[in-house]
Design a protein around this ligand. Structure first.
Ligand SMILES: [Zn+2]
Length: 109
């Protein structure tokens, strides 16, 4: 389900946030951006696989650890395993059809 809001974004570096079952986009034009939507759908799948709450606990814990390690907001974000999976596969429109359960684990090697 798509929602549009520009007020939820703390940084202009981000165009979308996914909180199952919602994909929140900064502006309506992005709903046509298949790469952005595919990226966010990968996060929807990750959230379902981790029963929603565990995704967010894991995501924010990892982000905080990365922040201590790198002392760089964007690098800490890009190093999150869930983001690595989403960025690595966002250009593949068929990725979610062939993706295996808990595939994000591959990005923690
Ligand atoms: Zn992402």
């Amino acid at each position: 389900m798509l929602i549009f809001s520009k007020y939820l974004f703390v940084s202009k570096s981000f165009n979308a946030i996914t909180i199952w079952p919602f994909i929140i986009l900064r502006d309506k034009g992005l709903k046509l951006d298949r790469v952005v939507i595919n990226h966010e759908k990968i996060h929807l799948r990750q959230q379902v696989e981790l029963l929603w709450i565990f995704f967010f606990i894991w995501y924010w814990t990892e982000f905080c650890i990365n922040l201590l390690r790198y002392r760089d907001f964007m690098k800490s974000y890009y190093q999150i395993g869930f983001e690595k999976e989403a960025y690595a596969n966002e250009y593949d429109p068929g990725y979610l059809q062939k993706r295996k359960f808990w595939s994000f684990l591959k990005y923690y090697k």
